[in-house]
Design a protein around this ligand. Sequence first.
Ligand SMILES: [Zn+2]
Length: 414
Amino acid sequence: MDDKSLYAAILGVKDPWGVEKVELRLTDGEVHIWVALPAETLWVCPECLAAAPIHDHRERIWRHLDTCQYRTLVHAQVPRLNCPAHGIRQVRVPWAEEKSRFTALFEALAIDWMKQAAIATVAERLALSWDEAAAIQARAVKRGLARRAATPARQLGIDETAFARRHRYVTVVTDLERSRVLYVADDRGRESLDRFWTQRSAAELAAIEAVAMDMWEPYIGSTRAHLPEAEQKIVFDKFHIAQHANEAVDRVRREEHRTLRAAGKDWLVGTKFDWLRHPARFAPAAWRPFLALVRRTKLKTGRAWVLKEMLMAVFEYVYPGAAQRHFDDWYAWAVRSRLAPIMQLARMLHRHWPNVRTFFTHRVTNAGAESMNSKIQKIKLLARGFRNRERFRMAIYFHLGGLDLYPVPFTPRS
Ligand SMILES: [Zn+2]
């Protein structure tokens, strides 16, 4: 095999293209490969596949995978055709996507690496600028989103996730069954979600059976405005409710701790996380002293904790009627508890109860979305932060969108 056939094989160059010349530039540490066409090739317009005459040629260069340590560049005079219907069109080459300055194999390698490492690291290893590497990722996402078939999701999770300090958020919509991110929007306002809804087809909207979310007015308002029969489909999920209940208990504890401290009592010192822990997650040896603390002389924190646990037991029921009775009992007690944070929680849940109750129809929770949230936090660690929200959105789609990211000419071996 001579160097031309070797490179033809390496590049995956097929008829009518062939390798014309290979040049090793030792001082530059580069290999240059010229790919060319036989003069008599019959060309077809890439749009309509009708035969079209050559208008002119354009010299183009693509970066390919390195040959050992040598930076490898592919040159070709790419014909531009004059199609009667479509005007001047450049023909597609089999080794690269239309506007890329990299071969498909090179982009595929960069994509594989970016799944494992930060863009800055990949850029350095592949001798790319940061912008070039980020552009490969952005193109991959764009390609993936364009290719994603409208496989309707039945269960959605809507959640916010922080992308930086000082309350900067994005809204993430997840397909809970397939565990993939469908949509990422800036902020967590009503408009953030509106754009997701308006991009859905009627068939996609009709397929949606349940939407798990927090009791967050902008999301509720947007969903009600765009999703038919939203009243039966919105589910305020138990993970967010547990978060609210834990916050209420913690507020009671903090206040009581202050009062006790002032009176010289340190009963609540070091107990913060005990009150937030699920009873099933206590070590047996720790459970007994904790219960003793709960029962201790009318500790407010103890009462708040019991109310929280009683509330969460609502979700153990099979029948909505039984859950309803349990909730009514709980509510009656909670609103009389004289614990302000618990009373606030009770009133909020009472107001939203019809869409807490939908849980017993759909059995959907944001558990999937919550684990998605922790995956997103891992991406943040991998990237060591993001320059802006756009980069953050891009990375979420890239890693968690379940997208087919590779350039067209490349067929991954799997
Ligand atoms: Zn045409």
